[in-house]
Design a protein around this ligand. Structure first.
Ligand code: 16G
Ligand code: MG
Length: 562
């Protein structure tokens, strides 16, 4: 490393002292903590992002957000050139950088890493980083820290794209590396025009149904609400009312948002008895997840939740239907024998009834550990891979290979059977691939896809919710002395350590009809999570309670809480 570069790094880093006595870790959601202690971390992530860009010789992204956390928290994560999450191989280095105690220690880590990773660091190669942040008040000064980190690497350039949803930034990084327009207007244009195509392709039978085309969306008082206010004006045939837009003085994620709605199963602020019967949805604080709900008839504060598993099921059903129209017999074209490999990916948290439903549709269902990066990686192995966590994180991935095949089929149809059912199916699938974010789960594009499919089928939210009935479930968390004492295998369904705990859980689970239960250490909180399912709510509660006691007996302080 050149002397000027060393001096620049030392000088810049000396302005950002790390917090004392705090060890941060680049978890599933990047670094996250109280915003007041994050400046040095974000500065160092700025440096790391520049290195990532040099190493990959591509544009990468840096997003400042703490998603559904409280407004006083913030966080930072890196977007890889594909538009996906930072490669897991770099996570340990991110931890080391963040926790280096002095500028000198930081510099020597960087020097070692550049050598180990053979990062081109000759000042010839340039680095380019797209920056985004959510609406948190701390975002602006943290973004400044990131910029200073980036500019402490010679030849690194930062483009500040202002306030964005997390999926918008991922989308733009992906687009940029494919030499496509990587701007917010381009994003809105792509998703609104593909939505329009899907609506234009609705069968005449359902078009005549007087479908309820209004949806009310809780914007979590965050960036998603703000962006949806813009997007909704670009749509026809759908009326979106946004509440908790962040403009009315409401506090981000405070009694609002997808995380709150899904976990508490109560209405978000601003919703109540006047909304009974209406289709509602809730975004999280950075708009990378969404759940639907209706206000319950029995109590205006309770909801009937339509979660990520139901979205996955709706999407899988629609895609499967379109694929079967597309490959309908009677077409003698020899190119028509390319059956798409369609796969769905879930985690152990997926309700067992959803898995049964998907299998009954004849689909291949695969399980991975919790966390978007695991699901995404598996889904990318299919021609069409659909993944969702129950909490509303997910998307649909189309392989480049299969999309080119589909484009070619569509061109053939234009020549020989313009306007045929098969061509319509091809066009619908092409539109889905443009509407649904190919980089990462995106609440805004998932919202529009749900709305398009419901209109296509002429379904109400109630009809959709009746695809299958969720098995009663219960989640608990248990505080333990050391959560790393629990290790798991088989997509987190079996606890390997501490020894004997799985046997104890199995013995308890066997007592319940349709009983299913697993434990895992949380990646975001210092607790062990317990998930239980059974044929009645009482038995699910009881199973979860007993297993929480088992966890406590093996590892705890002697107290467990909900
Ligand atoms: C993170 C993950 C989410 C997962 C959750 C589990 C991403 C972007 N987010 O928020 O997918 O469901 O962690 O939290 O991967 P837990 O480990 O505390 O249960
Ligand atoms: Mg989020």
């Amino acid at each position: 490393m050149k002397e000027e570069q060393r001096l620049l790094l030392l000088q810049s880093s000396s302005l950002f002292a790390p917090p004392e006595g705090v060890k941060l870790s680049y978890g599933t959601a990047g670094f996250r903590a109280d915003a007041s202690i994050l400046k040095s971390t974000v500065h160092r992530v700025g440096i790391l992002t520049a290195l990532r860009s040099l190493k990959t010789r591509s544009v990468v992204g840096l997003m400042i957000t703490a998603s559904h956390n409280k407004v006083t928290d913030n966080g930072v994560k890196i977007v890889d050139p594909s538009g996906g999450m930072l490669s897991q191989e770099w996570e340990p280095f991110a931890d080391q950088l963040a926790n280096a105690e002095t500028p000198e220690a930081l510099l020597s880590l960087i020097t070692e890493f550049i050598e180990k990773e053979k990062i081109p660091f000759d000042g010839v190669q340039t680095a380019e980083i797209l920056l985004g942040r959510d609406t948190r008040p701390s975002g602006e000064s943290l973004l400044e820290a990131a910029k200073q980190g980036i500019s402490s690497i010679f030849g690194a350039m930062a483009h500040d794209l202002g306030i964005l949803t997390t999926p918008q930034l991922h989308w733009m990084v992906r687009a940029r590396n494919k030499s496509m327009a990587a701007t917010e207007p381009a994003y809105f244009e792509q998703i609104s025009s593909s939505f329009r195509c899907l609506v234009e392709l609705i069968p005449n039978e359902t078009k005549s149904n007087k479908m309820d085309n209004r949806v009310v969306v809780d914007g979590a008082d965050g960036v998603g609400g703000e962006k949806l206010e813009v997007l909704k004006n670009m749509l026809t045939g759908l009326v979106i009312e946004v509440r908790n837009t962040g403009k009315g003085g409401g506090l981000l994620n405070d009694g609002v948002g997808a995380d709150y709605v899904q976990k508490e199963k109560v209405v978000p602020r601003g919703f109540g008895s006047n909304d009974i019967g209406i289709r509602c949805a809730s975004l999280d604080g950075d708009a990378d997840r969404i759940v639907y709900f209706t206000v319950s008839d029995n109590s205006s504060s309770r909801i009937d939740l339509v979660d990520g598993d139901k979205m996955l099921s709706l999407f899988a059903l629609f895609i499967k239907e379109q694929l079967s129209i597309l490959t309908k017999e009677g077409n003698e074209n020899p190119n028509n024998n390319s059956q798409a490999r369609l796969g769905v990916v879930q985690t152990a948290y997926a309700n067992g009834a959803s898995t049964d439903y998907l299998k009954q549709l004849g689909l291949e269902v695969i399980f991975t550990p919790t966390g978007v990066k695991h699901l995404h990686e598996k889904a990318a192995q299919f021609d069409i891979g659909i993944y969702f966590e129950a909490n509303g994180h997910g998307t649909i991935l189309f392989s480049e290979f299969w999309l080119s095949w589909l484009e070619a089929r569509n061109n053939e149809f234009s020549l020989v059977s313009e306007g045929s059912e098969q061509q319509k199916a091809a066009l619908r699938l092409l539109s889905v691939s443009k509407l649904i974010n190919q980089a990462v789960g995106d609440a805004l594009s998932s919202l529009l896809l749900v709305e398009a499919i419901l209109q296509h089928k002429g379904w109400s939210i109630h009809k959709w919710n009746k695809l299958y009935q969720d098995l009663p479930s219960r989640q608990l968390k248990v505080k333990v002395v050391d959560r790393t004492a629990v290790t798991t295998t088989n997509a987190e369904t079996i606890a390997v350590s501490p020894p004997g705990i799985q046997e104890a859980i199995d013995a308890e689970t066997a007592k319940y009809s349709k009983g299913r239960c697993f434990i895992r250490p949380s990646g975001t909180e210092d607790v062990i999570r317990v998930y239980a399912e059974a044929s009645t709510q009482e038995s699910a509660n009881s199973l979860a309670g007993s297993v929480a006691k088992i966890v406590d007996r093996f590892l705890g302080f002697g107290s467990s809480e909900q």
